[in-house]
Design a protein around this ligand. Structure first.
Ligand SMILES: *Cc1c(COP(=O)(O)O)cnc(C)c1O
Length: 397
């Protein structure tokens, strides 16, 4: 860490600024406290209200709220019917959960390369990977920017694939005016604290398909149903419920739902501020040839979850590691999103090897996410820009 002698000696700011952070205000706390005083504290009326709110926001017919985003992906993959012998095409630059959900079902993830400028999955790479064993795709709206929905939908229609969208980054984003959540067969959301709105933990699946909806609802609670038409031994006895398949307990509590209902009321202000910060960053960094700004497709009106700083390494004397450590020493704490999923040692053991997705690998070697969250002040934003500038100037070739 030799650069510590230069960076961090006189920090640009006193307190570290992290890449993401929740915003919890007094009314959020009041909503949770009120929920805790009610009779039902596990899934109750607030979970139902949250499902209604998500339908309104996304335009989807149905929403199923679950414990976290990973549970949402797991249930979506099960409801899609993925299983032994099936292949599912997955974005290569994403959080491991997007691909783990395929493994949970016994199916095989097949990694598609990214577009080198948008960092979203390249639809043509997806098309090339389709085989007679392909059953579906899991496409990630990386950083919040919508994937190329039209082409992906066309590929799915052509080959009879189930389209699962991992929109963990993308609540509030629209594609050609349509809200994310009503486009894919199933769209999965996460409400982890670094995401745009949070429930502490939390997730949801939205869909327009009633069959999928019924299946998701059942799988969320052990595979148990109270609907006579789903039973092998129907009865109208009030106490009777029947487990008809193997499910899970993936319920969300009512106090988390209370927090989320309160947070969703702030989505437009959260979204507007994120857009403002992204605009300021883009403006500052597009002036520096040592940096590459993420390309935004005109179809996507994006609520950005992550701001990716990509280095043009040919114009810098440092490695990504050195740049990262220097920013860190300046109290601007970046993070890298993400290791190509198949580089994780678990995937390596499954037989995936380096070289599979060259664009994803080049992206990984040159990128990091810098702070982006609602509560950043203008001063915070300028501090980050100054820290980046300082590091760029030091390592300029
Ligand atoms: C956060 C995230 C998930 C997982 O969500 P959890 O709620 O943490 O389980 C899945 N996919 C992506 C792309 C994510 O960013």
């Amino acid at each position: 860490m030799e650069q510590l002698a230069v960076f961090g000696g006189t920090p640009v700011r006193g307190t570290p600024i992290y890449y993401g952070r929740q915003c919890i205000e007094q009314d959020d706390i009041d909503a949770v406290a009120q929920a805790l005083r009610s009779d039902l504290i596990t899934s109750g009326p607030r979970v139902e209200a949250l499902e209604g709110r998500l339908c309104e926001l996304t335009g989807a017919k149905y929403a199923v709220v679950v414990a976290n985003g990973t549970a949402a992906l797991h249930l979506a993959a099960l409801a899609a019917g993925f299983g032994e012998g099936d292949e599912v095409i997955v974005s290569s630059i994403t959080f491991a959960a997007s691909s783990n959900c395929v493994l949970y079902c016994g199916a095989k993830p097949v990694f598609a390369d990214i577009d080198p400028e948008t960092y979203n999955v390249d639809p043509e790479a997806v098309r090339r990977l389709v085989t007679p064993r392909t059953r579906g795709i899991v496409a990630v709206d990386f950083t919040g920017q919508s994937v190329e929905q039209d082409t992906l939908q066309e590929i799915c229609r052509e080959h009879g694939l189930v389209y699962i969208e991992d929109a963990a980054h993308a609540i509030g984003t629209r594609y050609k005016g349509t809200a994310i959540g009503s486009i894919a067969d199933m769209t999965c959301f996460s409400f982890h604290p670094v995401k745009t709105v949070t429930g502490g933990e939390g997730g949801a699946i939205t869909t327009n398909d009633e069959q999928l909806y019924r299946r998701l609802m059942r799988l969320r609670t052990h595979g148990i149903t109270r609907r006579q038409e789903e039973m092998a031994h129907p009865t109208d006895a009030l106490w009777y419920n029947e487990q008809v398949e193997l499910g899970f307990n993936y319920r969300m509590t009512d106090f988390q739902a209370a927090l989320l209902l309160s947070q969703l009321g702030k989505l437009s202000k959260f979204s507007a501020r994120r857009k403002e910060i992204v605009k300021r960053y883009d403006q500052a960094f597009s002036q520096m040839p040592e940096l590459i700004v993420q390309r935004e497709i005109p179809e996507s009106d994006t609520t950005r979850h992550l701001y990716v700083l990509r280095l043009n390494l040919e114009k810098l004397t440092c490695t990504r590691r050195q740049f990262f450590d220097a920013l860190y020493a300046e109290n601007t704490c970046p993070q890298v999103h993400y290791l190509p999923v198949y580089w994780h040692s678990y995937y390596e053991k499954l037989g995936y090897g380096k070289g599979l997705c060259p664009n994803a690998e080049a992206y990984y070697e040159s990128s990091m996410s810098i702070p982006l969250y609602y509560a950043m002040t203008d001063e915070d934003v300028e501090d980050v820009i100054h820290a980046v500038q300082k590091v760029v100037e030091y390592y300029r070739r």
